[in-house]
Design a protein around this ligand. Structure first.
Ligand code: PMM
Length: 410
């Protein structure tokens, strides 16, 4: 007998091994994703549920570690799948099925598109979001027109370097930054949005926490609202996004830029950030924003210290597991300086590496100040990641056999 160790962090090695031994593409993909090992942590588990899980684990050959009120379950995806199906579910585990079903469905068939105002963005490749700041501290001299001209110049450079979306921000979110009145923020942002749209640069996203600014920006042609407060700052913002048919980036933070550093206390940063982001995304859906329009962002640097940012980057799969496309914004942030010793103006290489790692862990959108290096890093990362077979046409899907989780071909 001859032994070969196969890569197990993606289904690709198993798929390729089966395909090379004569399996058809679709069954090879189902088998490869089905034997992929998954780990889920369950909290708020009752005593009878805990006992039912342990019994199921012993029968199914799954590893179940438990304590008071919690269980950690590790098994191949195909073994977990029956727990998500009401017809196959062991008695006593009914409350597990809906959430596990949603997680398994998004694992087998991750979101591949993002609906924004007026168009659909494909997420089958890394999508760069270029930062166009029009805060006075970024563009210190000159009046409004100089600011607009410089913003357009910066936007043109970002697009030439590979950005597909431009994110215009008129309010600094640094701790201690002076608050900006909505009218002033609108006066900074809207002329830039208008110019970008007129020149066909974009789609345009606007980085704002305020409903009034979002409304003016969408009227000027913006297609996305990027809210660093995760829809917590202005209760009307989600409704404005819904009514405008816009896309939204819901970012995680706690408190406000002035209070967030004191709120960076976590027992398990990835789990807590994911739970809080999931609640924020649910708020958006309740306000009428369609699920396909929502992207979530873990908010690197917002209410997180350096170590917490690195844990979050490593455990990004927990945020990806929510089932929404994930954006990240590590660009030039302090935690990258903490690891490299580089000052803020020399962190684009570190940013590029962080973006590549985030792609590998499931992020699809990358908010950057300088796109050239990030674009190169993401081209390499994108080429290395296993190509997930694209969905076939409707007829082929209808003919497809059911996969391990009861879905048709990814
Ligand atoms: N970071 C900043 C501002 N806006 N938006 C999203 N979605 N994600 C981020 O990480 C993020 C953001 C702060 O960075 P900057 O002041 O350098 O733009």
């Amino acid at each position: 007998m001859k032994l070969t160790a196969l890569a197990a962090h993606t289904p690709e090695a198993v798929r390729a091994a089966l395909a090379a031994r004569g399996w058809d593409a679709q069954p090879a993909w189902f088998a490869a994703t089905g034997i992929q090992s998954l780990v889920v942590l369950l909290d708020d588990v009752t005593e009878p549920e805990r006992e039912a899980l342990v019994r199921w684990g012993a029968k199914a050959g799954a590893d179940v570690l438990t304590g008071a009120g919690w269980a950690l379950v590790s098994a191949a995806a195909s073994r977990l799948a029956p727990l998500a199906r009401p017809d196959r579910l062991p008695a006593g585990l009914e409350s597990l099925a809906p959430e596990l079903g949603r997680f398994l469905a998004s694992y087998a068939d991750p979101p591949r598109r993002w609906e924004i105002a007026g168009r659909t963005l494909a997420l089958d490749h890394p999508v760069l979001i270029g930062i166009v700041n029009v805060t006075p501290d970024s563009f210190s001299d000159g009046g409004r027109f100089t600011t607009v001209d410089r913003a357009i110049e910066q936007a043109e450079r970002l697009v030439a370097d590979g950005c597909e979306i431009l994110d215009v921000g008129g309010e600094s979110t640094r701790p201690g930054a002076a608050p900006v009145a909505p009218a002033d923020e609108i006066a900074r942002v809207v002329p830039v949005v208008e110019q970008l749209v007129q020149r066909g640069l974009g789609p345009v996203s606007v980085d704002t926490r305020k409903a009034a600014v979002a409304r003016a920006a969408l009227a000027a042609g913006a297609a996305v609202i990027n809210d660093v407060s995760g829809l917590a700052f202005d209760p009307d913002l989600a409704r404005v996004v819904a009514e405008g048919g816009a896309g939204v980036i819901v970012m995680h933070m706690r408190g406000t830029p002035d209070t967030m550093d004191g709120l960076a206390v976590y027992r398990h940063v990835a789990a807590e950030v994911a739970a809080e982001l999931g609640a924020a995304a649910a708020r958006a859906e309740r306000a009428g924003v369609a699920r396909e329009r929502i992207v979530v962002d873990p908010g690197f640097g917002f209410a997180k210290g350096p170590e917490q940012n690195f844990r979050l980057l490593d455990e990004l799969a927990t945020v990806v597991g929510l089932g929404y496309p994930v954006a990240v914004g590590p660009s030039r942030k302090r935690f990258l300086g903490a690891a490299t010793g580089r000052p803020v103006e020399d962190r684009d290489r570190a940013t590029a590496v962080a973006c590549a790692l985030a792609w590998e862990r499931g992020a699809r959108l990358f908010r950057v100040h300088d796109a050239a290096l990030a674009c190169e890093a993401l081209r390499v990362a994108g080429a290395t990641t296993s190509p997930v077979p694209t969905r076939g046409d409707r007829d082929r899907e209808r003919e497809a056999p059911l996969g391990w989780n009861g879905t048709s071909a990814p």
